[in-house]
Design a protein around this ligand. Sequence first.
Ligand code: NDP
Length: 446
Amino acid sequence: MTIKAAIEKVEKNYSHQPEFIQAVKEVAMTIEQVYADHPKYEALQVFERLCEPDRIISFRVTWENDQGEVQVNRGWRVQFSNAIGPYKGGIRFHPTVTEGTLKFLGFEQIFKNALTGLPMGGAKGGSDFDPKGKSDAEIRRFCYAFMRELYKNVGKDMDVPAGDIGVGGREVNYMFAMYKNLTREFEGVLTGKGVGHGGSLLRTEATGYGLVYFLDNMLKVNDETLEGKTVLISGAGNVAQHAAEKCLHLGGKVITFSDSKGTLLDKDGFTQEKINWVKEHKANGKALADYVEEFGGEWLDGQKPWQFDAQVALPCATQNEVDEEHAKSLVKHGVKYVAEGANMPLTAEAIDIVRDNGIAYAPGKAANAGGVAVSGLEMSQNSVRQYRSFEALDGQLQDIMKTIHDNALDAAKKYGKTQNAADYMTGANVAGFVQVADALVAYGYL
Ligand code: NDP
């Protein structure tokens, strides 16, 4: 089956999963040439096979709220591909989560994990549970109930989940506790565990720091640095906070954060003290808008951060948060670099606009791979039962992000399509895809 036919099949079978179709098409449109160069891929239906998860586990999660009322949610684990290592990918708790969302995220994860050079397959899981406004006891009961079902299908060499939106260290620890309780095994079944009981240093910072290391490599290609550059960041969660922190370390000036309610603008730039305040305030479930009372700046209710002059934009909130109009606004305001901290934050139309206007654009599967890379390092530390220092891990993360960047750039030079800026999108897709496709060819059709 040709790539075109495989897309048509996905569109026909999964018309109710638009994000999944979007993710499949984005990869498909960039790998046509490499597919043609390797006839075995088509002979063994490699792309068609990669568009169908190995399996999807779907289950009911029943738990009790603080009022003693029984609550019912849906949980899923999409095990997409274990071609190059155990299934690996985060768990998301958000009311918008559907099977289609997790399929898009799991599909992306296959190629992202391959790009890290570590032995990890692709997966994603989650629930439509809304953690907002829930007490600690409710979160704990939900996490226990979620793992009570999931534990049958995960394991250190089978499937190793981690955090994502709505799932941080606290939730991972609760899920790990239930796994340990049910199996009597202390093993690296989840990453993002607390440091001191199986977790790795740097895991919390890894996605945001890795994103900025990737950006730094993009800048170096043009003999530039982050020093003195203005940066727009969306989101105010784990990825956004640590991306802002690393920008600050490298001399950049971050002037925005945002959340689901609106955008925070601080033209003076976020200092470490201000970033620490955001970390603490969001961790307590409080409003980002409160910042203005504490430090000044401006709160823009219901607005996005893509409307200010800057050289760099780092979308770090959620999928499809940058549409066509936002992309035009980025071009108008002088942005030259866009690197995705979130997964698929730009719509297909927005990607076309930034690429057509000579902006260097790095897709999430390359730019935000630092999180899963350090998760991979957590897995290996768990296996050998030894922990590495923050500095050693940070050095390794920098090396991994440089390798991902350089591999994507090399593939872009061969297969890229854009003018005036490296085609990181094609480069990342080709480099990730080839590694997985070659494994599938080696296995025959299993
Ligand atoms: P968090 O839950 O820590 O933060 C998410 C942030 O995005 C919050 O500020 C939240 O606002 C905002 N947000 C979430 N949904 C929406 C929405 N529908 N509209 C507007 N804003 C929204 O998540 P992370 O920082 O961990 O994840 C952010 C992105 O990065 C996701 O796309 C995730 O898949 C991706 N990612 C995360 C990795 C990690 O290691 N954590 C690894 C690789 C990718 P509010 O607080 O108001 O809800």
